[in-house]
Write a protein that binds this ligand. Structure first.
Ligand SMILES: Cc1cc2nc3c(=O)[nH]c(=O)nc-3n(C[C@H](O)[C@H](O)[C@H](O)COP(=O)(O)OP(=O)(O)OC[C@H]3O[C@@H](n4cnc5c(N)ncnc54)[C@H](O)[C@@H]3O)c2cc1C
Length: 318
């Protein structure tokens, strides 16, 4: 079922959903199941699975020269989606990225998802390769998520790259896209960022999932600005509980977001990360209660491989 259908069926009640990462290469899938099994108690109607592109590592050879190797540390997005649908009978939302794919590879990946009975995708530009200063598209690949949205919308109409394909069976993906309450780092300002967000929606994206934020005011203002700009699809807030002291520096650095002073003050007082996890749980419960009251369609939790705090939070909310 489509994410938008789940939201419509909930009739205004806030749903619980999660985003998970595929396991590191070589890890047993059982670890992932052990991690998320308890969360099924809260009936997530859909689970997002991130996509991680290749990165380059340098290995020193016997002659002292460095060898550049391409590796994917977390492959398996499609396999994990199929395994989750099979095990829990819940819908999955694989993340589809522009980076690393040309248009035909994208088309073939989407055909695989369609054959697996996956009805939803989150269409993204994708992170730049870690060792590259900025995002570089593949030759004949997409630069912006909007181009990816356009390709998926075309496939939903039975329009494939090979225009000579006659009576091609259409796919029927519900397309989600990313939005940034604190603006995407590449955009000069929020107004410009919203112009491109609206473009994705105008092309056919049916809902938005936000980057994580720790101050609800940012989300409320973002929703208001979106509505003023004519963006009228559901805007699902992405939430992440803080779990370590180091994250007070890492999260702003990676995700280009601010942490409220009140939160960092509380974290600073913590003697160890167990205490930080408790602060994170309390902060997220407070944030979530306010978001539920506001009427958000879904609370979407970024698990980042750690389901335990999310279980504690969901137990108090759902
Ligand atoms: C909910 C969520 C899930 C994510 N999951 C993943 C994942 O699984 N894997 C992964 O690699 N990354 C993931 N990301 C990170 C994401 O790929 C990066 O933030 C990326 O830099 C931007 O992706 P986007 O789809 O928002 O890009 P876009 O919508 O393409 O926008 C990228 C930037 O370009 C600007 N822009 C857009 N169109 C134009 C245009 N025509 N001309 C000029 N500027 C333009 C936008 O304003 C923005 O600043 C996720 C992010 C979020 C919020």
């Amino acid at each position: 079922m489509k994410v938008t259908e789940h939201i419509a069926n909930a009739k205004g009640k806030t749903l619980f959903s999660i985003e998970i990462l595929p396991p590191l290469k070589g890890e047993n899938i059982k670890l992932l199941f052990d991690n998320i099994d308890p969360l099924m108690e809260f009936n997530p109607p859909f689970v997002d699975v991130t996509y991680h592109r290749e990165e380059y590592v340098y290995k020193k050879k016997e002659n002292g020269l460095l060898e550049k190797r391409s590796t994917r540390k977390r492959p398996g997005t499609v396999g994990i989606c199929a395994a989750i649908q099979n095990r829990y009978k819940v819908d999955t939302v694989p993340h589809i990225i522009c980076g690393g794919f040309n248009r035909e590879e994208t088309e073939n990946a989407l055909i695989d998802l369609h054959f697996l009975g996956i009805d939803n995708v989150l269409a993204l530009q994708g992170d730049a390769i870690k060792t590259e200063p900025r995002f570089i598209p593949e030759p004949d690949g997409h630069r912006y998520a909007s181009e990816l949205v356009e390709q998926i919308v075309n496939m939903n109409k039975g329009k494939f790259i090979d225009e000579e394909l006659e009576n091609a069976a259409p796919t029927h993906f519900c397309i989600g896209v990313a939005g940034y309450p604190e603006k995407h780092f590449f955009a000069p300002n929020l107004k410009t960022d919203l112009k491109y967000l609206k473009h994705k929606v105008d092309l056919g994206a049916e809902y938005i999932v936000t980057q994580m934020f720790f101050d609800n005011k940012k989300y409320f203002e973002f929703v208001e600005r979106c509505r003023e700009a004519g963006i009228n699809v559901p805007i699902i807030p992405g939430i992440k509980p803080i779990t370590t002291k180091a994250q007070t520096n890492i999260l702003p650095n990676i995700f280009h977001i601010d942490l409220p002073e009140e939160l960092t003050d509380e974290v600073e007082k913590c003697k160890d990360n167990q205490a930080v996890r408790q602060v994170g749980v309390e902060w997220t419960v407070k944030q979530s209660r306010e978001l539920i009251k506001y009427g958000v369609p879904t609370l979407h939790f970024y698990s980042m491989g750690k389901a335990d705090p999310i279980y504690k939070i969901a137990k108090q909310l759902f």
